[in-house]
Ligand binder design. Structure first.
Ligand code: NAD
Length: 296
């Protein structure tokens, strides 16, 4: 069994860390929030008093932090992971952060003699708890091979997307498409309804025609056709507007830096930002259909 340090025990990290402990790994857990540590200790992890204490002696370090600035400070800061880990340790950053920050951090780690992958996830807290996440992984073949058995405990599908940063590329490009396709799907259902076609009839036709997409068939924003969709539980998340907005902003920054045109990504960002600014950041992102109907 592997000695693993786990830093960042929030909504996602809590379940992921617990799954590693329950699988029998020796997990040393740290978070700034003491309650978050207690929750994973109840599942078999050992509490650490600092990043350095969690990392001392670890063969692998997993991080699940809110944003790039936290990742930079936890890895590169004073008493951070790089200064506390033993040579040859593999680092797995599962946070969703900018491609550039992921590449800079991995370069600093490899220059210092460590292995590192970016391994952002698809799937929400339910998948984190159940150990059924999808991991999109960027890094060398050697780093991926070391990270894979650990990721397999926390996820169902592990994809090596290529070099360092490519996990983040896959994540933000996919979520940009998702944000756009949800708005398009919502527009189509609103138009059909306004012109006299009920949601179920439109779904039956379009879900097997050329308008078909995941936002329609798995997560339909109009209540009715897809039982498990947040539209059937007052748009409780699921995947909140603020989470989608974060990913669309990362995609927009990356598109600007790479000089790639992304007019629909920019429009989607504007629409979700409007929802967030009006106090609807906690709503499921498919609730955008209500905004397009002027209901919220
Ligand atoms: P969260 O805010 O619930 O958890 C983050 C945790 O990190 C908190 O417990 C916080 O105390 C801790 N933390 C922050 N700075 C720290 C530091 N310096 N040292 C130790 N601990 C520190 O966030 P989350 O929902 O678990 O999301 C984590 C990451 O996963 C984010 O990058 C998010 O974009 C991504 N993500 C989230 C979801 C989701 O559905 N929640 C889905 C996919 C990806």
């Amino acid at each position: 069994m592997t000695q693993i340090a786990f830093i960042g025990l929030g909504n996602m990290g809590g379940g992921m860390c617990s799954n590693l402990a329950k699988a029998g790994h020796d997990v040393r857990a740290f978070d700034l929030n003491a309650e978050a540590i207690s929750r994973v200790v109840a599942q078999g992890a050992v509490a650490a008093g600092s990043v350095a204490e969690a990392v001392a002696g670890a063969e692998a370090v997993v991080t699940m932090l809110p944003a790039g600035k936290h990742v930079k400070s936890v890895y590169l800061g004073e008493d951070g992971i790089l200064s506390a880990a033993k040579p040859g340790t593999v680092f797995l950053d599962c946070s969703t952060i900018a491609v550039e920050v992921a590449r800079e951090t991995a370069k600093a780690a490899t220059d210092a003699g460590f292995l590192m992958v970016d391994a952002p996830v698809s799937g929400g807290t339910a998948a984190a708890d159940a150990g059924t996440l999808t991991f999109m992984v960027g890094g060398t073949e050697a780093a991926f091979e070391r990270a894979k058995p650990i990721l397999e405990v926390m996820g169902q599908k592990i994809v090596h997307a290529g070099a360092s940063g490519n996990g983040q590329v896959a994540k933000i490009a996919n979520n940009m498409l998702l944000g756009i396709s949800m708005i398009g799907t919502a527009e189509a259902f609103n138009l059909a309804e306004k012109l006299g076609l009920d949601a179920q009839t439109f779904f039956d036709i379009s879900s097997t025609a050329s308008g078909q997409c995941w936002s329609m068939t798995s997560y339909c924003p109009a209540p009715g056709p897809v039982q498990t969709a947040p539209s059937n539980r007052d748009y409780q998340p699921g995947f909140a507007v603020d989470m989608m907005l974060k990913d669309l902003r990362l995609a927009a920054d990356a598109a600007n830096a790479a000089d790639v045109q992304s007019p629909l990504g920019a429009m989607a960002e504007k629409i979700y930002a409007g929802l967030s600014e009006s106090g609807q950041g906690g709503l499921d992102f498919s609730g955008v259909i209500l905004r397009l109907k002027n209901e919220i």
